[in-house]
Each structure stands twice: as structure tokens, then as C-alpha cells.
Design a protein around this ligand. Structure first.
Ligand SMILES: NC(=O)c1ccc[n+]([C@@H]2O[C@H](COP(=O)([O-])OP(=O)(O)OC[C@H]3O[C@@H](n4cnc5c(N)ncnc54)[C@H](O)[C@@H]3O)[C@@H](O)[C@H]2O)c1
Ligand SMILES: O=C(O)C[C@H](O)C(=O)O
Length: 320
């Protein structure tokens, strides 16, 4: 059976890490596409030269030609710019919207049957624009953010409880910004929801509150430390989990930015919700029940996403 093909649009910090992980996991052959000459070729060759040591047979190719992504099974998009200290993700909107237009056209022309995973920020608005520019089916275009935000939440909780990260589950929904919605009732240690763990005296509400605050600011914490750009190891791992769930039809239930058409009472927007991710792409949107307080937080987050979509439409009226 022929190998699957994974196209990485953008071969910067996340793109290079994605290539390494995809090859090591033998998810398929990897094409790195970037406008910067030499970078995708250099990273592809460097990773390929590690393959005899690590023992994998994925082939890697770097390119500036969209023809090389032809018939890709998965396209993961990180093309664009990342923020630096002092910037918000939203400051990237103008530049990255133009990038989404060229990337969308490239994918439409050469890999129209792929699952497209957008990572470029500001995520919810960019994945929405990318779907429109590419014209690909909405269930085949998804955004990565919720797995990352939930992983941060899980990691901080595992530290607090001093337990394995594998024993911690968490759901962070909403837009990928300061308004994201970490859900306490749907986050657990060994299946026990956080409010019960507070009641049992294993932690305090104050500690949970500060972990939620740290989760919301998790991207900024890394930007402040790195100074030259933003996180890439955890974002890449999160997107690879999505690609794997699709390629192997695992049907993981994961929080992703998905297109809503009526779910949660919302229409024509992408925002973070739990989905079933299988060979059909976004196969189901899971509609969890919200308390009044959770609903208000989710709606606030949706409002922030809509503001960014409006800003996109002002810059490119074809999106309206
Ligand atoms: N969704 C998330 O959770 C999440 C997490 C981390 C980073 N991000 C975002 O992902 C993006 C990439 O981050 P990074 O750290 O890899 O940045 P990076 O600067 O290291 O890499 C971006 C790459 O895109 C390339 N590029 C620019 N314009 C292009 C175009 N038109 N076509 C093809 N390639 C193009 C650049 O040459 C560069 O190599 C940023 O927008 C960042 O904010 C999102
Ligand atoms: O914070 C950023 O700018 C990058 C990314 O969105 C993240 O959460 O790490």
C-alpha cells in the first residue's frame, strides 16, 4: 500500500517539528513547503539524515512549488508570522490573512481531498478564512488550539495533584485567545471532576483558579521566555495527534476549532468545541451542556472570535 502524504505549509519552528514527528511516527512521506528558499530543503534533509539512526523510512522533501503537495492526504498549515513579546495573537491578523489566501488557493489547486489542519494565528479567524479561500468541505478543514490549551491545563493540573499527566483529562473550549474557556466540570483526575476534588480537599478553588489563569496565558508565558517567537513543541505534538486520528481513523474526541452550522446555536464560524475526528474529518460536533456561567464565558469567547472575523471581512470583503 502506498504511503500517506503529509504536506506541511510553513517550515518554520512548528513546521520543522511537525516534519520530525510525522517522520518518526511514520505517518507518511512528508513535503515541507515554504516561501523561504533553502529552509524546507535544509530541514527535510537534516531530518532524513536522522532516519538511519532512528530507523524510519518516511521520505522528506522541501519545496517552494505547490505542485509538490499534489494529492496530499493531510495539509498542516503554519505559514505566516508568530508573535513576539508585547504582541497579541490578534496583531498577526493582517499579515496572516494574506498568507491564508495564497495557502488556500494552493491547497485548492493541488490537494483538494486533504484534511487541512490550520495552526496559524489568530487561529479561529484564520481557519475560517482558510476554509473560505480553499473552498474545501467544512468538515475537512479544522483548527488546532484546543488540544494545546487542554494539554497545558492537564500539565499544570498533573503538577498540582502530583499525578501522571495520563490520569488527567481536560477540556478547554472557545476561541484560542484570552477568552478561552477551561471547563472545570469537564476536567478530571481519574474521572473525578475538579469541583469534586476541591470538595474532597485534594486541592483548593484558589489553586484551580490560578491554574486556569495560567492556562489562559499559556501561550504568552512561552513567548515571554523565548523572546524570538512562540511555542512549537506542544503545538506540533497537538497537530500530529489530530493528523494521526484522521489517518488511522481513531475517532479521538478532542477539542478543535470546527465549523458550526447550528450547533451551540451558532452559525458560520469556527470555534473550539469537542469533535469526533476520524477518516471523515470532523465527523461529529459534541454539544456539551453548559451552566449559565459556562455559557456566558463561551458566548464572550465567541464574541471575540466574531470581532476578528469582522476585521477579516473589512480587510478582504470577499470573505463576507
Ligand atoms: N494554534 C495554535 O495553538 C498555535 C500555537 C503556536 C503557534 N501558532 C501560530 O503558528 C504560526 C507559525 O508559528 P511558527 O512558530 O512555526 O512560526 P515561524 O515564523 O517559525 O514559521 C512560519 C513560516 O511560515 C513561512 N511563511 C510565511 N509566509 C508564507 C507563505 N505565504 N507561504 C508559505 N510559507 C510562508 C515563513 O517563511 C516561516 O518559515 C504563527 O502564526 C503562530 O502564531 C499557533
Ligand atoms: O501564544 C502564541 O502566540 C502562540 C500560540 O497561540 C500558543 O498558544 O502557544
Amino acid at each position: 500500500m502506498a504511503r500517506k502524504k503529509i504536506a506541511l505549509i510553513g517550515a518554520g519552528m512548528i513546521g520543522g517539528t511537525l516534519a520530525h514527528l510525522a517522520a518518526q511516527k511514520e505517518l507518511g512521506d512528508v513535503v515541507l513547503f515554504d516561501i523561504a528558499e533553502g529552509i524546507p530543503e535544509g530541514k527535510g534533509l537534516d531530518i532524513a539524515e536522522s532516519s538511519p539512526v532512528d530507523g524510519y523510512d518516511s521520505r522528506l522533501k522541501g519545496t517552494q512549488d505547490y505542485k509538490d503537495i499534489a494529492d496530499a492526504d493531510v495539509c498542516i498549515v503554519t505559514a505566516g508570522v508568530a508573535r513576539k513579546p508585547g504582541m497579541s495573537r490578534d496583531d498577526l491578523l493582517g499579515i496572516n490573512l494574506k498568507v491564508m489566501k495564497s495557502v488556500g488557493e494552493g491547497i485548492k489547486a493541488h490537494a483538494p481531498n486533504a484534511l487541512v489542519i490550520c495552526i496559524t494565528n489568530p487561529l479561529d479567524a484564520m481557519v475560517w478564512a482558510l476554509q473560505k479561500f480553499s473552498g474545501l468541505p467544512k468538515e475537512k478543514v479544522v483548527g488546532m488550539a484546543g488540544i494545546l490549551d487542554s494539554a497545558r491545563f492537564r500539565y499544570f493540573l498533573a503538577e498540582e495533584f502530583d499525578v501522571s499527566v495520563e490520569s488527567v483529562t481536560a477540556f478547554v473550549l472557545g476561541g484560542h485567545g484570552d477568552t478561552m474557556v477551561p471547563l472545570e466540570r469537564y476536567s478530571t483526575v481519574a474521572g473525578i471532576p475538579l469541583p469534586d476534588l476541591v470538595e474532597m480537599g485534594w486541592t483548593t478553588q484558589d489553586k484551580i483558579n490560578s491554574i486556569i489563569d495560567r492556562t489562559r496565558k499559556g501561550g504568552g508565558e512561552i513567548v515571554a521566555l523565548l523572546k524570538t517567537g512562540s511555542a512549537y513543541y506542544a503545538p506540533a505534538a497537538s497537530a500530529i495527534q489530530m493528523a494521526e486520528s484522521y489517518l488511522r481513523d481513531k475517532k479521538l474526541v478532542v477539542p478543535c476549532a470546527a465549523y458550526l452550522s447550528g450547533e451551540y446555536g451558532l452559525n458560520d464560524l469556527y470555534v473550539g468545541v469537542p469533535i469526533v475526528l476520524g477518516s471523515g474529518g470532523c465527523e461529529r460536533i459534541v454539544q456539551v451542556n453548559f451552566t449559565a456561567e459556562e455559557k456566558a464565558m463561551f458566548e464572550n469567547s465567541v464574541g471575540a472570535v466574531r470581532e476578528l472575523m469582522d476585521a477579516c471581512i473589512k480587510l478582504d470583503p470577499s470573505l463576507g
